[in-house]
Write a protein that binds this ligand. Sequence first.
Ligand code: UD1
Length: 323
Amino acid sequence: MKILVVGGAGYIGSHVAREFLDSGHQVDVYDNLSTGSRDNLFPEEGFTEGDILDYPRLRDAMGLGYDALIHLAAAKAAGESMVKPEKYSLQNLNGTVNIINAALERGIARIVFSSSAAAYGEPKYLPIDEKHPTEPENFYGFTKLEIERILGWYDRLKGIRYAALRYFNAAGYDVRGRIAGLEKSPANLIPVIMETAVGMRQELQVFGTDYQTKDGTGVRDYVHVSDLARGHVAALDWISRNDKSLVVNLGSEEGLSVFDILECARRISGKPIPAKIVPRRPGDPARLVASSRLARELLGWEARESDLETLVRTTWEAYSRKR
Ligand code: UD1
């Protein structure tokens, strides 16, 4: 198929683009390079530098006979979304409406959308399956859920078929080292640990050690980006074959604590990685773990590279290559 990856120069987008290329698809990328990087583009790809808020440019870029589009262009810092809702409304909501409307104008009837476990909010039970109530605790999660609902209406009214993939905590780098660009100003745990390991930051702040978890730190379901990437290919295949839309979790079904990751990173990097315990970050639940049963059953998908060792080793390799 001929595929446009919107946000394909970003951290997850570049892994997704790589996976579609490896699966024999033709791939072009549309990205404004605000958080993405030219280093993340591959020679086989066509590239348009453009913003999703620039409707005419977006519509022009979509005029090349695409069969599907993958949408990963969004702001994603949950904490920031609580102080800058206007940024998240504009980029995530308005930007996505532009993408869907341009796709409609251009006759692109399949969309794979990067949703998030943040759509669920505080867990009422674990593991979290797709039937879990959706009550986002932060504005970022609200934007993701709202976009899923907009897509639902376009499915009903216009026949657009979509897959909304609810990622848990995306982490790791391509095991073959093919993704060269690092995230700019990351806020997520593993890149922050790596920036500390290579001396870009003085210390890691551990947000609370008083949670009801095995070691008191927050537990999350970290899913390797290459596993996520395979999920996109499988999801597009599924919506194409079944002519139906899909909302599905992508998670490893394993819970790892902040200390699990910190210890592993110290061992693999051989660096001390200073850490300071600070109070909890507002809005952080104690534990979040996915059920990926639906993805297994419908897509035949499961996480293969999401073990602690691979997550940390591949990220360390990406960071140590850059130093
Ligand atoms: C959040 C969202 C998730 C979203 C992701 C995107 C929620 C509940 N989760 O993940 O859906 O896809 O952002 O960025 O909204 N930590 C530290 N020190 C740090 C950074 C993190 O101790 O410097 C801890 C956190 O308290 C947490 C864990 O590490 O326990 C993971 O945090 P982070 O990587 O920021 O991701 P989430 O907040 O879980």
